[in-house]
Design a protein. Structure first.
Length: 427
């Protein structure tokens, strides 16, 4: 049987050094483990990615030179070991012994002495090491410096709150399928299942669980009574306000969370478009579980000539590809996979999607623009620029401070994920 710490080190190597996404790597590693060890694997991978700069810094102090080439995976094993000592409730002697033990399944028993010495030295020098790392901003906040600088510029008062929120475990929200039961009725089913939760009036379809649970424990989940979706993401369909009989385009639809929510709220004809054929299969899976129907189309939102049939839509949801900087706590690998230069490229693609999709909207129709980003370039600056170059676009106010000069609603990570919404109408 595979060793959980060895698998964590290999997974982290794939993510940090090879640029693979954690979402893709974790299921692959998990299936090699007994079910009881899978949560531990996830905890160690998430934890190391949350605290990567500090862990790198400690190892820099504790090793004569960093482990390179084929020995790189042992560097990640050291991070796994130190993360356990610093942040997990594993007894220290077990954390050290089990980390050293992982070397057997990595085929490197000869590394035992070094790994053991580094972990013991970390224990001895922990306070001093933490103090000196904390003097370096990137280690203090455990985020890349380009991102810290962007947040400081955009949120001079609250940037540290955002960084701190990104280091927390994300809450679990359910979306109740209103076709099967209203939110209060489903909440009673949760009571019977012994699952504790909070209701929140501002999210009419949402239930916030006190503790994350496995979906197999949720009442009637396989038959579509509820879905897992953050409350901020649930706002998309409500803002779009679909009506029976509407022709709707969900232009960046996969894996289909918002497509399904739209269809739970109205008998609409929805086209679910996505550039990624594989991800589009997940839209179909989600529609099937919820017994809903949509037309799934593989194509690019910025090139509608290749797939559009010519009939304009009543409503369009543009949940555009973005930096995902509002969901770092759910995907801590984003901090290390994204580069500062990605933001300009993403903003250019978002502008192209907006410009090329706008002609597909009927006069009088509504477009909701959404990102899970906290960066103004992708959000209010993007929509301001679009409004100023598009004569027939009218800005619809979502709240008292939603002004043309700084349009839209910016949510920051906290009780919900970080998200941005703007609502536009075609004149
Ligand atoms: C934020 S995700 C969408 C999440 C989805 N709306 C949901 O709620 O489940 C963005 C999606 O845009 C897709 N995408 C990226 N570039 C695209 C393009 N040029 N045209 C259409 N879809 C694109 C990606 O494959 C990805 O599935």
């Amino acid at each position: 049987m595979a060793n959980v710490r060895a698998l964590a080190a290999q997974t982290l190597f794939q993510v940090v050094d090879k640029g693979q996404s954690l979402t893709a790597q974790l299921p692959y590693a998990s299936q090699k483990l007994p079910v009881k060890d899978r949560a531990l694997l996830q905890q160690m991978c998430y934890g190391v990615l949350r605290y990567l700069p500090s862990l790198e810094n400690y190892c820099q102090q504790l090793l004569d030179q960093p482990l390179r080439g084929k020995r790189r995976v042992f560097q990640f094993l050291l991070y796994v070991g130190i993360y356990q000592l610093q942040h997990m409730r594993v007894p220290a002697h077990a954390a050290v012994a089990e980390t050293v033990n992982a070397l057997k399944s990595l085929g490197a028993p000869g590394m035992k002495g070094l790994v053991n010495a580094v972990l013991r030295n970390f224990q001895r020098q922990q306070v001093t090491l933490e103090q000196s790392a904390n003097e370096i901003m990137v280690c203090q906040y455990n985020h890349p410096s380009w991102f810290i600088k962007k947040l400081q510029a955009a949120y001079p008062e609250t940037w540290t709150d955002i960084l701190e929120a990104n280091q927390q475990q994300a809450p679990m929200w359910l979306r109740v399928n209103q076709r099967q039961a209203d939110t209060v009725t489903y909440a009673k089913q949760l009571d019977q299942a012994g699952i504790d939760y909070t209701l929140d009036e501002s999210h009419p379809d949402g239930i916030l669980l006190d503790h994350p649970v496995d979906v197999t424990k949720l009442p009637d989940f396989p038959t579509g009574a509820s879905s897992v979706q953050d409350a901020a993401a649930q706002m998309a369909a409500r803002l779009l306000s679909p009506q029976d009989g509407d022709l709707i385009l969900d232009a960046c639809a996969a894996p289909g969370g918002k497509t399904c929510h739209i269809l739970e709220l109205a008998d609409a004809q929805v086209t679910a478009l996505d550039a990624d054929e594989k991800r589009l299969e997940r839209v179909t899976d989600n529609l099937n579980r919820l017994s809903l129907e949509a037309l799934c189309v593989h194509g690019l939102a910025d090139e509608p000539d290749n797939w559009w049939q010519g009939e304009q839509f009543d409503r369009i949801l543009l949940d555009v590809p973005c930096s995902a900087t509002g969901v770092i706590r759910r995907h801590p690998d984003i901090k290390w996979l994204r580069r500062a230069t990605d933001i300009d490229e993403l903003a250019a693609l978002q502008a192209k999607i907006l410009d090329n999709i706008w002609p597909l909207l009927k006069p009088g129709g509504t477009l909701v623009y959404a990102t899970c980003s906290v960066l103004p370039e992708e959000n209010h600056q993007q929509i301001s620029a679009f409004l100023s170059r598009t004569d027939d676009a009218k800005h619809i106010t979502l709240h008292a401070q939603d002004k043309v000069e700084q349009p839209g609603l910016q949510l920051l990570p906290g009780i919900t994920d970080g998200f941005y919404y703007a609502k536009l109408q075609k004149l």
